[in-house]
Design a protein. Structure first.
Length: 285
């Protein structure tokens, strides 16, 4: 499965207390993830091409060579996919580093989430491509099965393909056929394509599980972004409230000074009036 393939993950160096160094390390790793995802897209295109060849090829040896090349490419692609998921998880933890500034954490979390969403969409495209190939293989098997058992119902055909009974039916047809060589060739083709369907279904199941895990990662990252945004908003509100309190204090201080000057002015006037009164009282005496 994908969880066993961790060798393609990009290693991160020792943690550095410098935010600039941490920022550079984050974006270097993010660039690596983008490069890996481009490689996955290329591989998906090549796998689709090999699927198409496998459906149309008539030579048994050529079919086996195509299947071998495709299986190796699928294994390589699955390894890269596992590496991308692991690297996205590392980036998620880095984005939630409490030693980083809130703005940097929001930036990192947003960039990580963007790539995680693109990765989940990529997994969906890959899974859809594999599903379509599996369906076309099943349709081919169905046509071949009906040649041997024209009276079979749709349910019987589906059960035969899923339960490996199609091979037994063709084995029986070999015994009653005058064209034994052709019958045996068809039998081998049926068995190989049944094995093909099983491998594809296994890949589809792994991709579905991977998609769920990546979607959960995206949701967790959104919670991180929301919590940081809330903290930033609360900080801004605290700063705004602090600014208002400072302004209020300044206004009160100005008012207090005005009152002080008024009191001082009135006091001076009172003193002057007292002096005048005393002066004229003394002169009269």
């Amino acid at each position: 499965g994908y969880s066993d393939r961790e060798d393609t993950a990009i290693e991160m160096g020792p943690l550095d207390t410098s935010q600039a160094a941490g920022n550079g390390r984050f974006f270097n790793m993010l660039d690596g993830v983008v490069s890996q995802m481009s490689q996955i897209d290329e591989h998906i295109g090549r796998i689709a091409n090999l699927h198409e060849q496998a459906l149309t090829v008539t030579s048994e040896s050529k079919y086996r060579q195509i299947s071998s090349d495709r299986d190796q490419l699928v294994a390589d692609t699955n390894g890269i996919i596992a590496g991308v998921k692991q690297n996205l998880e590392i980036l998620a933890r880095t984005a939630d580093d409490p030693t980083s500034s809130k703005d940097q954490r929001v930036l990192h979390a947003t960039r990580q989430q963007t790539q995680a969403k693109k990765f989940s969409e990529q997994l969906q495209r890959y899974r859809q491509m594999e599903y379509q190939y599996s369906q076309r293989n099943r349709e081919r098997l169905e046509r071949q099965y009906r040649i041997a058992r024209p009276d079979a119902s749709d349910e019987e055909v589906a059960n035969a393909i899923d339960s490996d009974q199609a091979g037994q039916v063709f084995a029986q047809s070999v015994m009653h056929s005058n064209r034994i060589g052709d019958a045996r060739r068809v039998l081998r083709d049926v068995e190989e394509r049944q094995a093909d369907i099983k491998k594809i279904d296994k890949t589809i199941g792994e991709l579905a599980q991977m998609f769920v895990e990546v979607s959960e990662m995206v949701n967790r990252q959104q919670e991180v972004i929301d919590s940081i945004d809330t903290a930033v908003e609360e900080t801004h509100m605290d700063m705004e409230n602090g600014r208002k309190e400072v302004n209020t204090a300044i206004v009160l201080r100005i008012k207090a000074r005005k009152k002080l000057w008024i009191i001082l002015f009135v006091s001076i006037i009172i003193i002057v009036v007292i002096i005048i009164i005393v002066y004229f009282t003394v002169i009269k005496k």
